[in-house]
Write a new protein. Structure first.
Length: 271
């Protein structure tokens, strides 16, 4: 089978994500059914909904991490800038270089230096950089993650020596360093204190200038503060697949939801 490399980018190029009739499975279990939506570039889209409704599954399907789970698969269509993500001829590693991921808990390499943590993704891609180019990339990425000033004098210290909030920003810098089009964030503030959470939210607001950002959050206040559009997912009962119920701009979603299930969730009547 011929392998296709999804078009590489040499600079940031935020891209629209088109999702059409996507379903996701864990073996015989349908985790997510029939999701269709368009995620706009240079904007923040929030996925909200109760636990087990498929929010994180949808997020992982976008950069093909879902299929790394044994027996898991995705059906339907996802395109990034008009190019297929799910086509089996497409190299999933190339997809992940264009679609960065930040996880719920900060996961820097704890004994690796701050500098090397930023560069690790670039090196895994096999890119060779001069010392000066590497230094420039480290500074650019850390500045974009609002972390340069606190760490510029301690770049040789281990990534694990930073606070939890700083470690999460280091992970964001690591994702930015490979110059993706999209940043996916799976509850990036759930393990952080309020001060660190505020710093990450400010960072997300800044990242929308250059990236397509998708964030999963259980914090309704956070969704209202950081997102331009919100997608509400739910599940109708035990053993049922998650479904997209409503997707609209955030202000309208929170002030005038159309579906009563959305209104009930936002009002705290379930979930």
């Amino acid at each position: 089978m011929t392998t296709t490399i999804i078009s590489e980018r040499t600079s940031i190029a935020a891209q629209r994500i088109e999702i059409a009739d996507v379903s996701a499975y864990y073996g015989s279990f349908t985790a997510l059914s029939g999701v269709s939506m368009t995620i706009e570039p240079r904007a923040v889209t929030a996925f909200i909904g109760p636990s087990g409704c498929g929010k994180s599954t949808m997020l992982r399907a976008i950069n093909r991490m879902h299929e790394t789970i044994p027996g898991a698969r995705v059906e339907g269509s996802i395109t990034l800038g008009g190019e297929s993500v799910l086509d089996r001829r497409v190299d999933p590693v190339a997809v992940r270089s264009r679609v960065g991921m930040v996880f719920q808990r900060p996961n820097p390499f704890p004994t690796m230096s701050i500098r090397d943590n930023v560069l690790v993704g670039v090196r895994l891609q096999g890119r060779r950089l001069s010392r000066s180019d590497a230094d420039d990339l480290v500074e650019m990425s850390l500045r974009a993650a609002n972390l340069w000033e606190p760490v510029k004098a301690i770049l040789s210290k281990p990534g694990g020596s930073l606070s939890g909030g700083q470690q999460q920003r280091l992970c964001i810098a690591r994702a930015i360093a490979v110059k993706p089009d999209v940043l996916l964030m799976d509850e990036p503030c759930s393990a952080l204190d309020p001060i660190s959470t505020a710093a990450i939210e400010e960072l997300i607001a800044n990242l929308r200038r250059d990236y397509t950002v998708v964030i999963v959050t259980h914090n309704m206040g956070q969704a209202q503060r950081v997102s331009d559009a919100t997608a509400f997912f739910t599940v109708d009962g035990a053993g049922q697949p998650g479904r997209l119920v409503e997707y609209r701009d955030t202000t309208t979603m929170f002030s005038r939801p159309v579906d009563p299930r959305t209104a009930d969730y936002l009002a705290g009547r379930f979930g």
